[in-house]
Design a binder for this molecule. Structure first.
Ligand code: B3K
Ligand code: ZN
Length: 853
């Protein structure tokens, strides 16, 4: 039988485009079931390669009405993925391709290409959606200026670039900056704008608009403010100004991810634009700020300088995440932001790196590129840039970036181009560092120490476990920032950066008066797992005295983790060292409340499962859940008076402000009320719910009740209050499922999928039930496998409508090989059931195939 499974694409097989594009002109005649797209594309042979190639244009699901070459009609016969014009039919030199195609946006449930969301037309082209709009060389290394004319009987018609003309029922846009097709965008609908102005450092005025549905215009203020702050920041910190007369943002309800950086026309999931104190949590506000900044920053890192091919995705994504992290640190608290980023990295990227979906920051092959918009490409990619900055220093980082922008503006680049600007700026060979881009897996650093006669020797051993396709790993260049703390809490050695570049290396520190406690990996200087055995007392010392806030936090986390593991393995109980350290930390008013809120949290169930697995044990999700519950109970009882003080003291009187100061106070207050609920049966949480005038406190209080299996009245009240607000209803679904007791989670999720407000084709709503079930580990892994079945059923269903969204949610299963044989068998049979489904998408086929390998 012929193998019809989709073939992987390999980095090593990259070929430059045979034809380049000088100009694109598009006309859209919009209609829900029969949109006509007319294209005029000026091609010329790529002078860099030998002549005589066929012209291959990508195109999927297009009904070709007509095509001409230099005005002469041609017989073009599209196949399933595009159309080929043989070289013999092409004129010598430059030529004009014109085509008319028909597409049906209304039936496009995949939300890729041109689709409709509640009556509004919108597009999503990255990575390969443009080929669902018209025939084109749909690859990022073909960059061209675009002119777009939109015809539709709708009040707002938007595309990339500057508006050049408009009249009733039509508008024309011109984007002078050459761009790849993945940055094309079009929006049409009945929308209203919040508008503002920005003057660039070069003195040009830019019109800013945030477009939303009528009725939502009161919820755009924070996004606009974040946009203006992003624009100033990129000028001040990177010297990069905006480059068009207008910058449009549109909020869309049905969107596969967070947002998209289309040139001059960013399209956002409405969850990352709309906010009011009553409907959005502090976490939502922070996410809006971050994503607005991220997409804006792409204008330089992604749009002006783009990727040669999709293997280079981290070139734009890792860098843009790093930039948004820097921005958020500047806007809020560097320490708190770094801790949150480390938590996210561990929760998402370490998890990915430890399982069947592990891949390098620059993958070497893919079947469906949409499956590679991952935590590894994004978050680990950002970590690599942070390490580069640490290795070369801040001034050199700045020089390297300036060189990158001047040298590569307008180009489609590679990771090699990126490394080269650092090598040249630092005058240093970075070939060993480049392995970070090529080698998957999370490195482990095992620490041993020796102390004699005032001399302290630290020995670091690195090893990276095998990952799919990469059984053997080479040593990496790992920057280990460290300091030494004396037994009295005084710092004996201020932060310095050790460069670990061999499998094993020792570092000696002489002339110390007392045996120090090493504070290693300060600021989380490398994305590694550090195995540094310290006693509880030593960890408590670092929690109380380390000068590095990230390591203070890490010491507290490690303390909690050691205790939870001992509870799971030996039935131990949290002892006084831990409880006293926690109490002291909670009482320390010099500490940022946001930090205290984070430090009061326990390692997640998934963190504990991964720690157990790493140590060679088989994690038992029920035992993990019970140990956490018991630890929370003991902490709540031991700390109750202090928690009550914090609860009373952390109020935020006055009008709501989303700034980091107030958000930190609310975060600590919510942590306190969640613990107190375990000793006062939810009394304070009920009070907080009843009085809350903002979503952070309302949801926090309700969540505290759900977590003790209470809050039925509040669940009903929350629904009555918010059933008209889609984004708040996502929270209503998600909170119930994620807090459900292990044996009730599957049943509850199943019931909620039958709720009249469950709209499974809306990605946010789908994730609020099915995604949330996967985020409730004890519920997801409950005995019998009811959750596995439910998730698999829904993945199969969603895959038929929206493969990209379904494939993304399938990662809920990626840790399956950690668990016991009974659970493995149950999950395997669900994965096989998905795999055997007729008509499975390429997206899902690749993901499930890799998980089963
Ligand atoms: N570049 C887009 C992500 C596109 C995802 C395509 N499956 C958003 C971002 O990273 O900013
Ligand atoms: Zn991005």
């Amino acid at each position: 039988m012929r193998d019809t499974s989709p073939q992987p694409i390999h980095l090593a097989e990259y070929q430059p485009p045979a034809y380049l594009v000088d100009q694109v002109d598009l006309t859209f005649r919009l209609a829900p079931r029969a949109t006509r797209v007319l294209s005029r594309i000026h091609f010329r042979p790529n002078p860099g390669i030998h002549a005589g190639h066929d012209l291959r244009l990508d195109g999927e699901g297009l009904r070709l009405i007509s095509a001409t070459l230099d005005g002469q009609p041609i017989e073009a016969q599209p196949d399933a993925t595009g159309v080929t014009i043989p070289a013999t039919a092409l004129p010598d030199g430059a030529f004009l391709w014109e085509a008319e195609v028909e597409i049906a946006p209304e039936g496009n449930t995949a939300l890729e290409g041109l689709y409709m969301s509640r009556g509004m037309y919108c597009t999503q082209c990255e990575a390969e959606g443009f080929r669902k709009i018209t025939f084109y060389p749909d690859r990022p290394d073909v960059m061209a200026p675009f002119r777009v004319r939109i015809e539709a009987d709708l009040p707002v018609l938007l595309s990339n670039g500057n508006l050049s003309a408009k009249g009733p029922g039509w508008a024309e846009w011109h984007d002078p900056h050459p761009k790849p097709s993945y940055l094309f965008a079009l929006v049409a609908g009945d929308l209203v704008a919040t508008s503002d102005q920005f003057r660039t450092m070069e003195g040009r005025d830019v019109a800013l608009n945030i477009w939303v549905r009528p009725g939502d215009e009161g919820k755009t203020g924070y996004a606009m403010d974040a946009l203006k702050r992003s624009m100033i920041w990129d000028e001040q910190v990177y010297g990069r100004a905006y480059d068009l007369e207008i910058f449009n943002i549109v909020a869309v309800d049905d969107f596969n991810m967070g947002a998209m950086e289309n040139k001059g026309l960013n399209i956002f999931n409405s969850a990352y634009v709309l906010a009011s104190p009553e409907t959005a949590t502090d976490g939502n506000y922070a996410a809006i700020e971050r994503i607005i900044a991220h997409e804006y920053f792409h204008n330089w890192t992604g749009n002006r300088i783009t990727c040669r091919d999709w293997f280079q995705l981290s070139l734009k994504e890792g860098l843009t995440v790093f930039r948004d992290q820097q921005f958020m640190g500047d806007m809020r608290s560097h320490a708190v932001k770094r801790i949150e980023d480390v938590l996210t990295l561990r929760a998402r990227q370490f998890r990915e790196d430890a399982g069947p979906l592990a891949h390098p920051v620059r993958p070497e092959s893919y079947v469906e590129i949409n499956n590679f918009y991952t935590a590894t490409v994004y978050e680990k990619g950002a970590e690599l840039i942070r390490m580069l900055q640490l290795l070369v220093g801040e001034d050199c980082y700045k020089a390297a970036l300036d060189l990158y922008f001047t040298r590569h503006d307008g180009q489609a680049c590679t990771i090699e181009d990126w490394i080269a600007v650092f090598e040249e700026s630092a005058g240093r060979d970075l070939s060993q560092f480049k392995r970070w881009y090529e080698q998957a897996g999370t490195p482990r650093i095992d620490v041993t120490e020796d102390w004699r006669d005032g001399s302290y020797t630290l020995t670091l051993r690195q090893h990276t476990p095998p990952t799919p396709g990469q059984p053997l790993k080479e040593p990496l260049l790992i920057p280990v920032a460290m300091g030494l703390i004396g037994p009295d809490g005084q710092e004996l050695l201020a932060t310095q950066v050790l460069e670990l570049d061999r499998a094993e290396q020792s570092f000696t520190f002489e002339g110390l008066a007392a045996r120090p406690v090493a504070s290693l990996l300060r600021g989380f200087s490398a994305p590694v797992i550090l195995n540094h055995a310290l006693t509880s007392e030593e960890r408590a010392l670092l929690l109380a005295h380390d000068t590095d806030p990230v390591n203070r936090f890490e010491a507290g986390r490690a303390l909690a983790r050691d205790i939870l593991l001992a509870m799971i393995r030996e039935g131990a109980k949290p002892g006084p060292v831990y409880l006293d350290a926690l109490r002291q930390m909670l009482r320390d008013e010099a500490l940022d409340p946001a930090f205290r809120a984070l430090a009061l949290g326990l390692p997640s169930q998934d963190d504990l499962a991964s720690a157990l697995h790493d140590a060679g044990d088989t994690p038992d999700p029920d035992a993990i859940y019970l140990a956490r519950q018991e630890a929370l109970q003991i902490i709540a009882e031991a700390l109750a008076p202090d928690l009550a003080t914090v609860f009373a003291g952390m109020q935020t009187p006055g009008p709501y402000s989303a700034d980091a100061r107030d958000a930190g106070r609310r975060a600590l207050r919510v942590q306190a009320v969640s613990l107190l609920a375990r000793v006062d049966q939810g009394a304070k949480a009920r009070e907080m719910f009843a009085r809350a005038n903002n979503m952070t406190e309302q949801l926090g209080a309700w969540g505290a009740l759900l977590a003790i299996n209470a809050g039925e009245a509040e669940t009903a009240q929350f629904y009555r209050q918010w059933s008209g607000d889609r984004l708040v209803m996502d929270k209503w679904f998600a909170a119930q499922v994620s807090h459900a007791e292990p044996d009730q989670a599957a049943g509850l999720a199943q019931d909620l999928t039958g709720h009249p407000d469950f709209d499974w084709k809306n990605p946010n709503r789908f994730r609020s039930v099915i995604g949330a079930l996967g985020m409730n580990p004890a519920g997801f892994h409950a005995k019998g496998g009811a959750s596995y079945r439910l998730v698999a059923d829904w993945l199969i269903r969603l895959d038929g409508a929206n493969p990209q969204a379904a494939a993304r949610v399938s990662t809920l299963f990626e840790t399956w090989r950690r668990y016991d044989s009974t659970r493995q068998k149950l999950i395997r049979s669900e994965l096989e059931r998905i795999m055997a489904h007729q008509g499975l998408s390429r997206d899902m086929g690749e993901m499930v195939g890799r998980m089963l390998e």
